[in-house]
Design a protein around this ligand. Structure first.
Ligand code: SF4
Length: 301
């Protein structure tokens, strides 16, 4: 599918999230663009406190690794003498004492039933600590200890955009913001870390979403961008996506979908041929706009 850098713009930009929603369900995409409102498919046993805790703890962990002198001293000396397992264990201990344990106490004082889920959060944090430690140790081969943290853990949110040429020959701009980026000097690659509390309800649309973040970032940074996704519940897990796979996903699936998205938005209520329902019926059971969907598209088929 053709992708071009310099086509003429003809439509307001979409963001990456719009594309994910459109892959999940064309009707939900239409409702979101027309009326706003929720568009996340959250599980029925969704616990907002755990969601907030995971995001907050991950941010605190990355800040601690980047700034805490007791962590930085663990990576000093000759890189050949650095042992990933031993360093990760010490970071784990420091993080537990300085941040996780006080956090745990505050939360379980308010609601003891959250303790089990926080244990799951802790298990994912251990994996993340190990993975980040591994990359920093590898990068010490190429970077002095005084710069390895800021050159490995890239700070801040990076705006990205790209203009696709869609099959009808027109152009569609896509925008997004990427954070939690890690640079691996050995492979000369970036890796985007996605942290989410719940395993996604729809894996294929998540693949599109992470592929787009990688693709747009690659256009800006000019190096391959891999992705790793961590989640906590219902069971902790992780997916790793290589750049090669992500690039082909975007090239095959995105330009055609952008064209469909523009067509769906031209539809008006009570006309025939509305945007189609989701193909994954189980999503309707957890859809945040189910009632509006039923009433809004009622007489359009
Ligand atoms: S109820 Fe089903 S078809 Fe309607 S917007 Fe939600 S997911 Fe899509």
């Amino acid at each position: 599918m053709p992708i071009s850098n310099k086509p003429q713009l003809q439509s307001p930009p979409f963001n990456i999230n719009d594309v994910k929603v459109a892959f999940d369900c064309p009707r939900l995409f239409y409702l979101k663009q027309s009326f706003g409102g929720d568009y996340l498919f959250l599980p029925q046993d969704y616990i907002p406190e755990i969601d907030r805790a995971f995001v907050d703890l991950v941010n605190q962990l990355i800040n601690m690794i980047r700034q805490e002198s007791k962590v930085q001293v663990l990576f000093t000396g000759q890189f050949e003498g650095l042992e990933v397992g031993a360093i990760a264990n010490q970071i784990q201990q420091l993080f537990y004492e300085l941040i996780f344990f006080p956090y745990l106490q505050t939360i379980i004082t308010k609601n003891i039933s959250l303790a089990t889920c926080l244990y799951e959060v802790w298990q994912v944090l251990i994996k993340i600590i190990f993975h980040i430690t591994e990359i920093i140790v590898k990068n010490r081969r190429y970077c002095h200890e005084s710069v390895v943290f800021r050159r490995t853990l890239i700070k801040g949110e990076i705006p990205v955009d790209y203009t696709f040429k869609i099959p009808d020959g027109k152009a569609q701009k896509l925008t997004g913001k990427v954070n939690n980026l890690i640079f691996d000097f050995e492979s000369r690659r970036l890796c985007v870390f996605h942290f989410q509390t719940y395993e996604t309800a729809e894996v294929s649309s998540q693949l599109i979403e992470v592929a787009l973040y990688s693709f747009l970032l690659k256009q800006k940074k000019k190096v391959p961008v891999d992705t790793v996704v961590y989640w906590v519940l219902p069971e902790l897990g992780e997916y790793y996506y290589s750049w090669k796979k992500l690039e082909s996903v975007v090239e095959c699936l995105v330009p055609g979908k952008l064209e469909e998205m523009r067509e769906w938005l031209r539809w008006e209520r009570f006309q025939s041929d509305p945007p189609p329902r989701t193909e994954k019926e189980y999503l309707c059971d957890i859809c945040p706009q189910r009632e509006r969907c039923q009433s809004f598209f009622e007489r359009s088929g």
